[in-house]
Design a protein around this ligand. Structure first.
Ligand code: M6R
Length: 612
């Protein structure tokens, strides 16, 4: 969580930094701040609340500095307030620092520094960092050019936890030092200028050439150069990576919100994800993996591990993995998996899904599986993200930048990619040939059918208008539809703040039906021909207790029974979630709009959860 941006070049830094912060606001919006080097030393401006508050501070336009760092905060230690806002300075006001991550041993460091005469003005963990840098800087009696770098390095080696840092120093007005450990940070290479950011889209309009950093690599940036060092301060070489994303894909393109734009980008996202692995009449190709039949036969279990929506994509994939590959597949929440001593060994294949590639719990679960000898595959939407650098193998969804906190196009692209992965395994194993041929055709037809599904938005908007003031909404489904019920409930609660719950429809009468009362809204999803009659019966049970019902289905059902039926195109049951989730993404979106909420930046949430 938290977003950081940096600029060093010949232009005024402040407008560039504020522009970057606006794009990174999805990572946290409790406060925002900026620090530049001005003619008379370091300047800091910061305020509680959104970047807009910072932008409106008197004097912000007068900043002339061409080097600066900036931060948008998702509060962890200390309440959202001006004092706790970044940047933070050391007591002597020589160093200014922004930080994304958590310093786990900050109490211990604070005590050490207090004992050495330092005073603290905030409740943050971050404030120890500039003071620790100052401590090492003062201890160093040399005057060599690397004095600033050495102080930052020594301070970082004392830190436990995660950090992405930008540091500027009044004595080195031509340099900025950046470093990361377990928190995201990229460097954008410009012409006579360099940029730093927590993610690529925030600075994509300035450059397409990026340096990606590994843990504890230190960088001295100047306007014309970037010098890289390992943790022993040996110089290292780094190549830039060119990112093909289009800068306009990180803009709203005329849509009111990023979420709506991203919902409508799903046909393209899915088409591109399919196109990267499958062509008509061909085998599924995953050149990055190159797995053999012998290896796949040796697998005792597949674990799919992720958080939130990405985990829901895993739940969809369990079905297709087990059916096509005949390998037991378990899906786990990363933060739970890590702490329950999972049975993983060298014959386990573990797959980690993360749109951002920066989710701390998912990365930690991956590290655990590696330690236990398992092969690891990362599925991410962000090239070069942390998780892809940890995993043995990485494969990518091609959804383009996803900015809205609520994940939409990443989820459907993940489901597509996982289905293709299951096909790839099954083709090597020589399993399920007939099913695969039909499934491939259905996959290739998906972009067209997603387009069709998106056409129902007006009907959904009208239904949302009727129910947006409700306090509880329930989602029911069976089999694969139950996974969509979970995802839809998550979507609704995160952006509308309505209590939403999902249940396997058959489980209703074992308890949850006690919650059903007159006029409550229940949403049913029915796409599996084998289960549709059973689900209809379960929905009847709630109708007879007075519930209003919205049904999403591709089956022939008696529409008169329900308040609203959204028909979606028919497709293979394995991939039906890709279509059935879409009306419910729109439903959540329109409810949030009716309530006048900030759809893209829901309260208390951040796009990538880089703390555990
Ligand atoms: O970047 P990741 O896919 O690892 O993120 C995982 C979850 O934090 C994320 O899916 C979250 O649940 C979304 N806000 C849901 O819309």
């Amino acid at each position: 969580m938290c977003g950081i941006v940096g600029y060093i070049g010949t232009k005024k830094a402040s407008p560039i930094l504020i522009n970057g912060l606006i794009r990174l606001e999805y990572r946290g919006y409790d406060s925002a701040g900026i620090s530049t080097i001005e003619k008379d030393g370091l300047s800091i401006m910061k305020d509680k609340g959104r970047v807009n508050n910072l932008y409106n501070l008197p004097g912000i336009d007068d900043l002339e500095g061409t080097i600066g760092i900036a931060h948008t905060r998702w509060a962890t230690h200390g309440k959202p307030s001006k004092e706790n806002s970044h940047p933070h300075m050391d007591n002597s006001k020589a160093f200014s620092v922004v930080h994304n991550g958590i310093i786990e041993n900050y109490n211990e460091l604070k005590k050490f520094l207090t004992d050495n005469g330092y005073t603290f003005y905030s409740q943050t963990d971050t404030e120890v960092i500039p003071n620790l840098i100052h401590y090492y800087y003062e201890k160093d009696n040399t005057n060599d050019d690397n004095k600033f770098l050495k102080a930052v390095k020594n301070a970082c080696l004392d830190l436990k936890g995660s950090f992405a840092l930008e540091v500027i120093c009044k004595d080195f007005p031509e340099n900025m030092i950046v470093v990361r450990k377990d928190s995201p940070l990229v460097i954008g290479k410009g012409n006579g200028e360099n940029y730093v950011s927590s993610d690529i889209p925030a600075i994509l309009s300035f450059t397409k050439d990026f340096y990606l950093l590994n843990d504890l690599e230190f960088v001295i940036l100047s306007k014309n150069d970037a010098k890289f060092y390992d943790k022993d301060l040996n110089m290292i070489e780094k190549e830039t990576k060119t990112i093909e994303w289009n800068a306009s894909s990180a803009e709203k393109d005329g849509f009111e919100d990023f979420m709506l734009k991203e919902i409508y980008e799903q046909p393209t996202a899915i088409r591109e994800t399919i196109g990267s692995k499958l062509n008509e009449n061909s085998k599924c190709e995953f050149d990055e993996l190159n797995f053999t039949k012998e290896y796949l036969n040796s697998i005792n279990k597949i674990y799919i591990i992720a958080c939130g929506t990405a985990m829901h994509a895993g739940l969809v994939a369990k079905n297709v993995m087990e059916k096509l590959c005949k390998i037991q597949t378990e899906v786990d929440i990363a933060s739970e998996f890590r702490y329950r001593e999972p049975l993983v060994d060298k014959n386990t294949l573990s797959i980690f899904i993360s749109q951002s590639g920066e989710t701390a719990d998912t990365i930690a679960a991956l590290k655990l599986c590696k330690e236990k000898g398992a092969k690891t595959i990362a599925i991410s939407n962000v090239i070069g993200s942390s998780i892809t650098r940890e995993a043995h193998y990485s494969i990518y969804t091609h959804a383009g930048p996803e900015i809205a906190v609520a994940s939409t196009k990443a989820y459907t692209s993940q489901v597509v990619l996982l289905t293709l992965l299951a096909i790839y395994f099954a083709e090597i194993l020589g399993n399920s040939k007939d099913i695969i041929e039909n499934l491939k055709k259905d996959i290739l037809d998906l972009p067209k059918k997603v387009d069709e599904t998106l056409k129902d938005s007006e009907i959904i908007k009208n239904f949302a208008k009727k129910v947006y003031q409700e306090h509880d909404i329930f989602f029911l489904g069976r089999g694969i539809d139950e996974t969509v019920a979970r995802e839809s409930a998550l979507k609704l609660k995160e952006i509308s703040y309505i209590h939403a719950d999902s249940y396997p429809a058959g489980e209703l009468k074992h308890g949850p039906i006690a919650l059903i009362e007159k006029d409550i809204t229940v949403i049913g999803i029915m796409t599996d021909p084998k289960l549709v009659d059973k689900t209809v019966s379960n929905i009847q049970e709630v109708i007879s207790r007075g519930a209003k019902t919205l049904i999403v289905t591709n089956q022939k059902i008696d529409s008169k029974m329900f308040d609203l039926v959204i028909k979606i195109p028919e497709t293979n049951a394995f991939i039906s979630p890709i279509l059935s989730v879409i009306p419910l993404q729109l439903f959540a979106y329109y409810i949030s709009k009716e309530k006048g909420l900030d759809v893209d930046k829901p309260r208390n949430l951040a796009k990538s959860v880089t703390v555990e």
